[in-house]
Write a protein that binds this ligand. Structure first.
Ligand SMILES: Cc1ncc(COP(=O)(O)O)c(C=O)c1O
Length: 418
């Protein structure tokens, strides 16, 4: 099997590091890619489930741009809708009518949604959701889950991070996932002060196993929040439309007051949405919140076409099925070599870890070996399945996975055998 090299990618990064902070910053930064020498840094083109880097290497992309690609790069239906709108206009004075059409479609699709508000990035709408909850309740405290990620505003970041002040975090209380007793205790210690509980529908942190809600978890949360007047904000930015078209809260059987969407909304076009219940619409109207590109019509047209296509094909069910198919055999291949490959989270958004080595070093080595053979896997973050990942991709991935296990077995011998 061919082993890739990344001469052009890495040369470009060297140049970038002199003129761009970090060279590549944020979640695209090479720093969690271990070893970084095993990864490409620059995509030259993309189509369907594949990306090609600037060195001409082809990858089956299991990161899907960290979530936004959901119906295949360059999906003709979505591209046609975007191109049609672009001909009419994109960023214009006065709002495009497609905004109303998209809001209508989303409020029909999502049972908890009586209204929809559009922005660009996920962090725009998680921040707005908290402002709406504060405006509605007149309270200042935000309850969240430790290790949960909601964007890069200072209140969302970890205390002690560069540029984050203690004051930014003073109204944020972080508690453990799936711990109702701690939730109840925190609420009673802060009675009448908590505006909202913001959480993803299931826990998908980086570098560790992802966790579904325990039986009755969300239902207990819902009961406490209703009793105490706390607004429930579901951060569905990552899992949204990869579990259920109606919202991941429906998948787990609870009602949410506000739901944040972004990644899978428009197959890569920049748009995010906050949807909410009727009783919060007045508060949402009062909060001043806007941006230069938030009324752009092309991403709205792409979102509408993408949602319709996903609904027509029952995309979440397909991605869950394809994910399960891919992962079940990968676990078997791993065991043939004496490795325990643990899968957690949704099969359409799985996090994997080789348990033989808790330091994750072996897992990093294996993900790197897969990537160098054409299956782009990160070791620290959940992967993403799209509707473009077909059986041919899956079969090719199994071959790559097998060869990569062979390579790490050769390198480490019996060192990490259970
Ligand atoms: C669960 C969750 N919330 C919020 C965000 C922030 O979204 P964005 O990076 O688009 O601002 C992300 C991004 O990864 C996310 O995964």
């Amino acid at each position: 099997m061919k082993i890739y090299n990344y001469k052009k990618s890495h040369a470009l990064f060297k140049k970038a590091a002199e003129i761009i902070p970090c060279g590549i910053y944020g979640h695209y930064s090479p720093s969690p890619l271990v070893p970084a020498t095993a990864y490409p840094f620059y995509t030259a083109k993309a189509k369907g489930s594949r990306i090609w880097d600037v060195d001409g290497n082809e990858f089956i992309d299991y990161m899907c741009a960290y979530g936004p690609m959901v119906t295949g790069y360059g999906n003709p239906k979505i591209e046609a809708a975007a191109a049609k709108q672009n001909k009419l206009g994109n960023c214009t004075t006065a709002v495009p009518p497609i905004m109303v059409e998209l809001a209508e479609y989303m409020t029909d699709l999502i049972p908890c949604a009586d209204w929809a508000f559009f922005a660009k990035n996920g962090g725009d709408v998680t921040n707005y959701a908290v402002m709406v909850a504060r405006a509605a309740t007149g309270r200042d405290k935000i309850l969240m889950i430790s290790g949960g990620y909601h964007g890069v505003s200072p209140w969302m970041q970890t205390a002690g991070h560069h540029g984050v002040m203690d004051d930014d975090k003073k109204n944020v209380i972080a508690i453990k996932w799936n711990d109702i007793a701690q939730f109840e205790k925190t609420v009673s210690e802060n009675k009448g002060k908590i505006a909202c509980f913001i959480s993803s529908p299931y826990h998908h942190p980086v570098f560790c196993d992802n966790e579904y809600p325990a039986d009755g978890y969300w239902q207990s949360i819902e009961k406490i929040c209703r009793r105490e007047g706390i607004v429930i904000i579901t951060d569905d930015i990552r899992a949204g439309f990869r579990l259920d078209m109606r919202g991941s809260n429906e998948f787990f059987g609870y009602k949410s007051d506000l739901i944040c969407y972004c990644k899978a909304l428009a197959n890569g076009y920049p748009i995010s949405a906050l949807v909410g219940s009727k009783d919060l619409m007045n508060a949402a109207s009062k909060v001043f919140y806007t941006g230069s590109y938030w009324f752009s019509a092309v991403p709205m047209a792409a979102a509408l076409a993408n949602l319709k296509e996903m609904k027509r094909t029952n995309a979440p069910a397909f991605m869950l099925k394809q994910g399960e198919k891919l992962l079940n055999s990968m676990v078997k291949i791993a065991s043939n070599y004496g490795y325990d490959l643990k899968v957690s989270g949704a099969p359409s958004m799985p996090y994997l870890r080789i348990t033989n080595d808790p330091s994750l070093m072996l897992h990093q080595e294996w993900c790197a070996e897969c990537t160098k053979r054409g299956a782009y896997f990160t070791s620290h973050h959940n992967w993403f399945i799209s509707t473009a990942h077909d059986d041919k991709d899956i079969k090719k991935t199994w071959d790559i996975v097998d060869d990569a296990f062979k390579a790490i077995k050769k390198k480490f011998g019996d060192e990490f055998q259970l």
